[in-house]
Design a binder for this molecule. Structure first.
Ligand code: GLA
Length: 343
């Protein structure tokens, strides 16, 4: 179902697409920013809970600085120093996080109108034409993001692009999850598991040093589920630098596999995260101050957490990190799934 989602300050009309499945789940996405606006999941009692933070209409998304539900790119997370070299040429990007580039730079994809190419009750494909030189990156490309709500209660996000020249591509979704409901307060009591034996060490500006640190014996160890809050205040350098969790975990295994899970004891809602990418940023909403959100909610620090599948941050400057260079004519094709259930 397509409905009106308001008008941007430039006069563009945004639409909201509501997807449904036969288990009572609903997801809503907008062509503005290809954002995931709502995810309604039945709780233990069968009551629908909206488990993602967001805004009521497009003007909230236009003004927002926290990336709620947005599709970010061309390169998610940070590129140190705001420039990189490819094929012997240096490309300068916009620096929107100190001297670094975050989530594509100032004019990132979450703040643009995408075109809905096709839509039905279970899926929508959004397309964005990114030209050569867009944000400073070479290689024009049509970028497609398809959201599907499956009968298996998955919100499936599929990314596809074939750049016309060598470039970088690393798209992610920046949804903030709170499985007790978006307006239910802090997410610190919810349990998280991350399928990773290591994380990438980063400096005080969150730029990886290149070192890969085993999680064993550290507060970064989420291999066995524990609450988000259990060790978040530990006297551990990474947590001090990040003001909480805001790091890239080196996911175990390769190919499409489970990356993480989350669970709310209060509602019984459970979520499993799957991806085919090598890394995942687990971010605990440390930079939310007081943000006016959907239905009058006011979101606070650590009210929700993000599971951003990705190539490792600053991989373009680290020989040992895979990606995110995609050659001319090569297919960039990746899938991340958030699957819901209850127990
Ligand atoms: C990512 C980054 C964080 C922060 C959020 C958005 O998770 O790693 O440092 O920028 O996005 O606020």
């Amino acid at each position: 179902m397509r409905s009106d989602f308001g008008t941007t300050s430039k006069g563009e009309k945004a639409a909201l697409y509501t997807l449904k499945n036969s288990n009572g789940m609903e997801a809503a996405v907008s062509d503005y920013g290809a954002v995931l606006v709502k995810v309604l999941v039945p709780d233990r009692e069968g009551k629908l809970r909206d488990v993602v933070l967001g805004y009521d209409d497009v003007s909230g998304y236009e003004a927002g600085t926290l990336y709620f539900g947005e599709t970010v790119g061309r390169v998610a997370n940070r590129i140190g120093g705001g420039s990189f070299e490819l094929n012997g040429r240096t490309y300068g990007l916009t620096q929107n996080d100190g001297s670094n580039t975050l989530h594509g730079g100032r004019d990132y994809y979450g703040k643009r109108m995408w075109t809905a190419e096709e839509a039905d009750d279970s899926h929508v494909t959004f397309m964005l034409r990114s030209t050569d030189g867009d944000q400073g990156f070479p290689g024009a490309s049509d970028i497609r993001v398809t959201y599907t709500l499956t009968q298996e209660n998955e919100v499936k996000i599929h990314y596809h692009a074939v750049p016309e020249a060598d470039t970088l591509l690393n798209l992610t979704n920046h949804s903030y999850f709170n499985l007790s409901g978006h307006a239910s307060g802090l997410a610190l009591d919810q349990e998280v598991m991350i399928n990773a034996d290591a994380y990438t060490e980063a400096d005080a500006q969150s730029i990886p040093t290149g070192n890969v640190i085993p999680v064993e014996g550290t507060p970064m160890d989420f291999r066995k589920a524990k609450t988000v809050g259990q060790e978040i205040e530990s006297d551990y350098e990474a947590l001090i630098f990040g003001q909480g969790y805001d790091h890239n975990w080196v996911l175990n295994g390769s190919g499409y596999r489970q990356a993480a899970s989350m669970y709310s004891k209060k509602t019984g809602i459970e979520m499993k995260v799957y991806t085919d990418l090598p890394g995942m940023q687990f971010y605990t909403g440390n930079f939310i101050v007081e943000e006016a959100g959907k239905e009058g909610a006011v979101y606070k620090k650590r009210q929700a957490v993000c599971f951003e599948s990705q190539y490792f941050p600053d991989a373009v400057h680290k020989e040992r990190f895979a990606g995110p260079v995609v050659r001319a004519g090569e297919v960039y094709d990746t899938t991340t799934v958030y699957q819901f259930g209850r127990r």
